[in-house]
Design a protein around this ligand. Sequence first.
Ligand code: NAP
Length: 237
Amino acid sequence: MQLQNSIAIITGASKGLGAEISAALVQEGAIVYGIARGRENLEKLQVQLGSNFIPVPLDISDRQAVNNWVSDAFDTKTPQILINNAGIGAFARIDEMDAELWDQMLKVNLSGVYNITAPIVSKMRTDNKLSYIINIGSILGVTTRSEGAAYSVTKYGIQGFSESLMKELRGDRIKVTCLNTGSIETDFFENSGIQYHANMLQPKALAETIIFLLKTPDNFLIDELRIRPLDSRNPNK
Ligand SMILES: NC(=O)c1ccc[n+]([C@@H]2O[C@H](COP(=O)([O-])OP(=O)(O)OC[C@H]3O[C@@H](n4cnc5c(N)ncnc54)[C@H](OP(=O)(O)O)[C@@H]3O)[C@@H](O)[C@H]2O)c1
C-alpha cells in the first residue's frame, strides 16, 4: 500500500517496538497517531519525529475513552493502518501470579485490542480503501513456556482474534497480519523476570519488517509471520 500521507494508529508507541514502528512510518511519509498512557515519553518522541507524529495519551483498556477518541479524531478522516502493539507481560507460577496482574494482562492485551479495533474497523469498512491491521503477537502465542500461562492466554487469544478477523475482513480490502515474534530487546523484560540474552531481535529490524509487510502488493495477504532470533546462547552452535 501507499504509505506517503497515509494515516496510521500505533498503540504502545512511546517506547520499544512501537516507537521504532512510529519512526519508520513517519520516515515513509505517514501521519502517525501514537497511543500510550504516559504523555511524557510520547512528547519526547514527537520532538524527535516531528509534527507527523501525533501523541495520544490514552489507556487502551478504557473502552469509553478509546471510543471518544476515535469519534473525535476520525470524524472527517479514516486511518488506513492500525498496529495493535501495546502489550504487557508478567511471568510467574500460576499459584504465585498476582491476580491483579492476570486481570490487567487480559484487559490490555486482549480487551484493549478489541476496544480500538472495533471502532476503527467500522471506519475502514465504510471508507472502502485498502487498509491494514497488524497485531503484535508473540512466539508465546504459538508455543508455551512454564510460568507464562497468563501471557500465553493473551497471545494465543490474539492469534485466534487475528485469524478470525482476517477471514471476516479480507472481502472488505482490509488485510490482517499477526506478527508473532521472539524476544525483542526492549524494556518489556525489566519486570518480567525473564533473562535478557545476547541475540535478541532488534526493534528497528522488526519495524523494517513491518514496513515490508505494509508495502507488499495489494493482493498479497500474509496472515501470520513468525520471527525468532537465532539462538546464540549455546556456544557449540
Ligand atoms: N519484548 C519482547 O521480547 C516481546 C516479544 C514478543 C512480543 N512482544 C510484544 O511486543 C509488543 C511491544 O512490546 P515492547 O517490547 O515494545 O514493550 P515495551 O517496551 O514495554 O512498550 C510497551 C508500550 O505499550 C504501552 N502500553 C502499555 N500498556 C498500555 C495501555 N494500557 N494503553 C496504551 N498503551 C500501553 C507502553 O506505554 P505506557 O506504559 O506509557 O502506556 C509502551 O509504549 C507487546 O505486545 C509485547 O507483548 C514483545
